[in-house]
Design a protein around this ligand. Structure first.
Ligand code: BYC
Length: 336
């Protein structure tokens, strides 16, 4: 789509020609790019979803990050460090994608800290054992892959391109989680029990990651019509269950759902419903770790104030100079 720099303005409604052009782009499954005209509600919906996604990546560093200092071996620590750093990177790509919609990262951070924007419910559950690192990789990143692979084809260019790279990294995350659980499953009786206990705690919250059932999802229909979402919440939840059941069998763990069984007629697994009231409570801020996660994020933001100030001062100084000159710094006693 070519760049259009005019807008008919809020009082008169969108210019029909611009709207028609926008709809033509969507109809041929092409991308909307930052400088293209777009309806204000399309832009606002994207800001909501992409910001929520970015916040999830950043808050999502906490549950696993808390195990970095307690990793059982150097190898596990290196793997976990790489994964948590990847999550930070994902957050940054997504904040950048969101900034192309005209909202600054500073503003987005403020909206998160003031509770005006959400992040994924899953990160409001505690990580109680090292098996949880494996379970998050296997189930949470597994759910994230199911949700995010279709988002590589989302209608907004910067979001879709960010998702391509993120999905590649998520695949590694899921494999490392599965491998960790597989290793623990071939360990002692206590380790095997630790894996099962962890899976029992994370199964239902993982299913909730896909959002409420379609019938109670206020945003799905419009987001699908705009090509922001390519599948409904229930479609992706079903895909996740079908993908995960054989993996659970390979691991030798049971999934805590008495209604889970293969349905020959449908060609899919039937499964029970998560506790939707629990999801509503967690999303409203009343999950087991909501307050802790936000307080930690606020602390990290406060601790980072000097870095932002220094970077801003440096950028201002650099923009005031015709060219960047690095001045020698006098360091007493330093080697010459
Ligand atoms: N948690 O109409 P609906 C990761 C909200 S991070 C919290 O269905 P929509 C990882 C929803 O926002 C991956 N809130 O909404 C990182 C809406 O409220 P608002 C995170 C939820 O947007 C570190 C309301 O409920 N992935 O992988 O059509 C370590 C009604 O819902 C949740 C993404 O962010 C929830 N689970 O669909 C490891 C994916 N569910 O905003 C791993 C991108 C619903 O109207 N996002 N809500 O106030 C999406 O695909 C969609 O936004 C959702 C929800 C499927 C989540």
């Amino acid at each position: 789509m070519t760049a259009v720099d005019t807008d008919a303005g809020p009082d008169t409604g969108p210019d029909p020609a611009l709207l028609a052009q926008f709809e033509r782009v969507l109809a041929r499954s092409d991308r909307i790019e930052p400088r293209d005209w777009m309806p204000e509600r399309y832009r606002a919906t994207l800001v909501r979803q992409v910001a929520q996604h970015a916040h999830s990546e950043i808050i999502g560093m906490q549950p696993e990050g808390s195990w970095l200092t307690r990793a059982p071996s150097l190898r596990r620590k290196a793997i976990l460090l790489a994964k948590v750093q990847d999550e930070a990177g994902h957050g940054l790509y997504l904040y950048s994608a969101c900034e192309t919609l005209g909202v600054s990262r500073e503003e987005l951070t403020l909206r998160l800290l003031e509770g005006r924007q959400k992040y994924s419910s899953i990160f409001n559950y505690p990580t109680l054992s090292y098996a949880d690192v494996g379970t998050i990789g296997w189930l949470v990143d597994g759910a994230a892959i199911c949700n995010q692979v279709p988002l590589c084809r989302t209608s907004y260019g910067p979001y879709g391109r960010a998702m391509v790279r993120i999905c590649k990294e998520e695949s590694f995350h899921q494999r490392q989680g599965f491998e960790l659980l597989m290793t623990m499953r071939s360990g002692t009786e206590a380790q095997r029990a630790m894996v099962q206990e962890s899976v029992d705690r994370f199964w239902w919250p993982s299913l909730m990651m896909f959002g409420p059932p379609d019938a109670e999802s206020p945003n799905t229909a419009q987001s699908m019509a705009w090509g922001i979402k390519r599948n409904t919440n229930d479609e992706l939840r079903q895909r996740f269950v079908d993908m995960t059941v054989p993996q659970a069998q390979a691991l030798g763990v049971t999934l805590p759902d008495p209604d889970l069984r293969w349905n020959e007629e449908r060609g899919h697994h039937d499964f029970g419903q998560p506790d939707w009231e629990e999801l509503a409570q967690v999303v409203r801020g009343n999950g087991p770790c909501n307050a802790q996660r936000l307080a930690h994020r606020q602390r990290a933001h406060d601790d980072g104030a000097w870095v932002r100030e220094a970077a801003t001062a440096f950028a201002a100084r650099r923009s005031g100079e015709p060219s960047l000159s690095v001045e020698p710094v006098e360091t007493p006693g330093a080697d010459r």
